[in-house]
Design a protein around this ligand. Structure first.
Ligand code: FAD
Length: 429
């Protein structure tokens, strides 16, 4: 059954207990009379955008719809997998966002009626409706299940991807903990474009650190669907120094691309070989989160083309797409980028409602990769819109120096932790 907003208010008062899947937060703020913006997806992009919208113009009625009551952040999650951090340190609630005046609803969005400008969410028989003047989507990524034969959602319960969600991170950590010394951990790294390009190599590094300190007869093999990867020289130098003989990278040209997976035996086949893993981690090819399909804003690539000034969809006026789901040219798919895109998008929406022209933004993004607890490398970029996309702009991409001293690597590890605290406090705190 579909309910209108009027039904919803009655529902919330009368039958709260019966409403299991979609639950409005207890203290729903009074709607302002201003234009309505609905943001779907309370990750880095969506949460940053919802907050920034209220700040940009308090007359806007801003609603955030998120399917989970607790957000589990992926940055630093490789440290959780390697036993260097606890999962709870990755988890954030939405209380502060609600206190900033954002109307908050928990429930899965299951339909977007772009003609009527309505969103239906809840996931149970009782769907709730929210109307919008402008809609912002920040759904993150989805996986191309079965692009590697045999690797579907059911298989991910046995061989985790650990690229989204708390359960997956916890499962990979448990599997590593229960693995016997002498086993081989096989990580399958995806083709680009994908979420956080350095993350598979950070993961391989930190798993190697775990094995070196707890199960030293074991090893890690990275099977890659690519011939090169970001910050490759920095990673490879560190591997030679920290994990000699423990970590092997197999490029696509050397037969690294996985073609099929047998989840029961944890066997990963490539065109050249078969790898029997004691623990396997398959990170499949990706596309924009399913919401993008629901709204019809993804193109044939599976990602969402947007105007770089406003992040408004090129396929559907009135709908903005930010974060990993959007095509933003040279900008990497990162929490850093999603957060800054959320804020730029909010400023652009406020400008559009005020009849102004949004300013051309300069965006920066920084990405740290931990290779050992006291050893990190980083890549920072500055981007400006050129034509339809973001291009690198002065001072361009800067990376950690190849010959940096250990003290510098250790300082970058501290900066990585400080970056995580800053970004999560700014978005959720
Ligand atoms: C292992 C790993 C390490 C990483 N390390 C870093 C790092 O060091 N630095 C960095 O900057 N980035 C890092 N990233 C990348 C970063 O996590 C993502 O780029 C970022 O989370 C993207 O934000 P987003 O808002 O686009 O998507 P997400 O953060 O995924 O948020 C999407 C939200 O939408 C919600 N949602 C989806 N569909 C629906 C629906 N139908 N209804 C309601 N809600 C819905 C989801 O529940 C989720 O909360 C890492 C990623 C991984 C996997």
């Amino acid at each position: 059954m579909i309910r209108t907003p009027i039904d919803r208010r009655r529902l919330l008062k009368g039958t709260m207990a019966a409403l299991s899947a979609a639950v409005a937060s207890p203290a729903v703020h009074a709607q302002t009379a201003g234009p309505r913006v609905v943001v779907i997806g309370g990750g880095f992009g969506g949460a940053a955008c919802a907050r920034a919208l209220r700040k940009a113009d308090p007359r806007l009625a801003v609603t955030l719809i998120e399917q989970n009551r607790t957000y589990t952040a992926s940055p630093m999650s490789n440290s959780v997998i390697a036993g260097l951090r606890e999962l709870t340190q990755q988890q954030f609630g939405y209380g502060r966002i609600e206190h900033s005046g954002v109307n908050l609803f928990f429930g899965e969005t299951v339909r977007i009626d772009t003609q009527a400008r309505k969103v239906l969410f809840g996931g149970s028989a009782d769907l709730l409706t929210e109307s919008y003047d402008r809609l912002v989507l920040s759904p993150g990524i989805d996986f191309r299940w079965n692009a590697i034969a045999g690797y579907d959602e059911a298989a991910s319960k046995l061989i985790p991807h650990a690229y989204r969600g708390a359960d997956q991170i916890a499962l990979l950590r448990r599997q590593l903990e229960s693995m016997e010394d002498g086993g081989t951990v096989v990580i399958a790294a995806p083709v680009n474009p994908a979420r956080c390009p350095p993350a598979p190599y950070e993961r391989a590094s930190l798993i190697a650190h775990y094995l070196k300190t707890r199960k030293p007869r074991s090893k890690v093999i990275v099977l890659d669907a690519k011939d090169s990867f970001t910050m490759q020289k920095l990673f490879e130098n560190a591997w030679k120094t920290l994990y000699p003989g423990m970590l092997e990278w197999v490029s696509v040209s050397s037969g690294g691309a996985p073609t099929s997976v047998d989840p029961k035996t944890r066997t990963i086949a490539t065109d050249f070989d078969k790898y029997e893993a004691a623990v396997a981690n398959v990170i499949p090819p990706q596309k924009a989160g399913r919401l993008a399909d629901l709204a019809g804003v993804a193109d044939r690539t599976g990602w969402c083309p947007v105007d770089p000034l406003t992040f408004e969809s090129k396929l559907h006026p009135g709908i903005h797409v930010i974060g990993d789901a959007a095509i933003a040219g040279a900008m990497p798919r990162s929490a850093s980028a999603a957060t800054v895109q959320g804020r730029i998008c909010a400023a652009a929406i406020a400008a559009l409602f005020a009849g102004k022209t949004p300013a051309a933004p300069t965006l920066t993004s920084s990405c740290f990769s931990l290779i050992a607890p006291d050893y990190a490398i980083s890549q920072r970029g500055t981007y400006r819109p050129v034509g339809d996309l973001y291009n690198e702009s002065d001072p361009g991409i800067t990376m950690s120096a190849l010959d940096a001293a250990p003290a510098m690597r250790s300082r970058e590890a501290k900066e990585a932790a400080a970056w995580f605290t800053d970004i999560t406090t700014g978005v959720f705190g």
